[in-house]
Design a protein around this ligand. Sequence first.
Ligand SMILES: NC(=O)c1ccc[n+]([C@@H]2O[C@H](COP(=O)([O-])OP(=O)(O)OC[C@H]3O[C@@H](n4cnc5c(N)ncnc54)[C@H](O)[C@@H]3O)[C@@H](O)[C@H]2O)c1
Ligand SMILES: N[C@H](CO)Cc1c[nH]c[nH+]1
Ligand SMILES: [Zn+2]
Length: 427
Amino acid sequence: MKRFNYSDLSKAAIQKLVQRNVDPAEEIRAVVEDVIKNVRANGDKALFDYAAKFDKVELKSLFIEKDEIGQLASTLQPDQKQALQMAYDNIYKFHQTQLKTEDKVETMPGVTCWRELRPIEKVGLYIPGGTAVLPSTFLMLGIPAQIAGCHEIVVCSPPQRNGKVNAYIAYVAHLLGIEKIYLIGGSQAIAAMAYGTESIPKVDKIFGPGNQYVTKAKTIIQSTTNTAIDMPAGPSEVLVIADESAVPEYVAADLLAQAEHGVDSQSVLVTTSTELAEKVQAELTKQLPVLPRAEIAGKAIDNSYIVITNTLDEAMDFSNQYAPEHLILATASWRQITGNIINAGSVFLGNLTPESAGDYASGTNHTLPTSAYARAYSGVSVDSFVKKITFQHITPDGIKNIGPTVETLAELEGLQAHKNAVTVRMK
Ligand SMILES: NC(=O)c1ccc[n+]([C@@H]2O[C@H](COP(=O)([O-])OP(=O)(O)OC[C@H]3O[C@@H](n4cnc5c(N)ncnc54)[C@H](O)[C@@H]3O)[C@@H](O)[C@H]2O)c1
Ligand SMILES: N[C@H](CO)Cc1c[nH]c[nH+]1
Ligand SMILES: [Zn+2]
């Protein structure tokens, strides 16, 4: 990993370091635009063609249903079922508390305002399945959708070589009570859910992480259709802030955990200790080669770096500029510095809190903003699946109280009809 001294870095150099691939290569953009156009024009036919081209599968059907899902789900080992059930329970417990009724507010006598939640009716969940099949992502999206009460949940995931979904995905569908899974991956899945095809329903909002094709497709359809998206959740990343109290073996393991997601993942270490940086590098050299996905993780690590700072304040300052998807505080004094976090998707505190726990089973959501979008977006939650509709009610006394103010404001904007709508009620 390349190493930089924070004090040697100019503002421009920091900007360059924290910059990630928000806009993918021209080549990826062009492919995605083409896919969207083709799916829009040719519907299901384009989806069959792309399954053959990108996923190397000649599909007989674009979806599998309840019976087949049940059969696949039944093939899991008891310990696998138990682990998925425990993850389900913890994620459910954490997300359930997010559905809150808000109080009504009387802003002035006789004028009452409030907000009520309504689920988004039709949602589309994208479950990645290119380099690794991610049943955990299905839990992370399906559970909040279920808690929110979304009426129609459309699920797309790339087909396996046998033209089905992986058995773990099937088991999660069974846990969530989802009876149909569309066998579509990549940008074609996003286009299908945004425009609808003969088989795939158009949805109101699309959720889920994915590779650069998926993420680009989401950002394009967000600006060209009336289908919304959760956020740009692209290649995984982690930033670890560590001091001399950190355990090099753990830090290296955390860096590799995100690196193994893809060659375009990034793992950054920001530390006040040069000695720790050296020990972590030695650990990386030890741990990397034995990983089954060593080649992928190795490329991501080559694409990553270490920043040495003089103080933890400087480390936090760098982290806030980077705005990581995952932030790990491997410092003895983590309690004193959490208040200084401005930008991060999800935070992991102390030496015994591996990021992997949040990826799978602690309860928090792992669908998180990447590429510095944590400066403005939060991760997926029940909130992402609901709209908050405002309501107001005015009594006879209330209209007398608020009427003159509205009349004056309408008058000063020159909007006579607005004023009149109040005046007629005050006679
Ligand atoms: N930010 C988050 O919250 C989060 C969570 C989980 C995973 N992730 C990220 O999601 C990503 C998953 O990526 P993945 O590739 O494994 O799965 P994926 O499902 O996102 O992508 C696979 C699909 O990409 C399409 N594709 C592949 N090569 C193509 C090409 N040359 N042209 C057009 N389309 C092509 C294919 O249709 C394939 O089905 C990883 O980068 C991982 O880090 C992020
Ligand atoms: N770390 C990923 C989010 O960036 C989520 C994940 C799924 N499985 C393992 N990890
Ligand atoms: Zn992960």
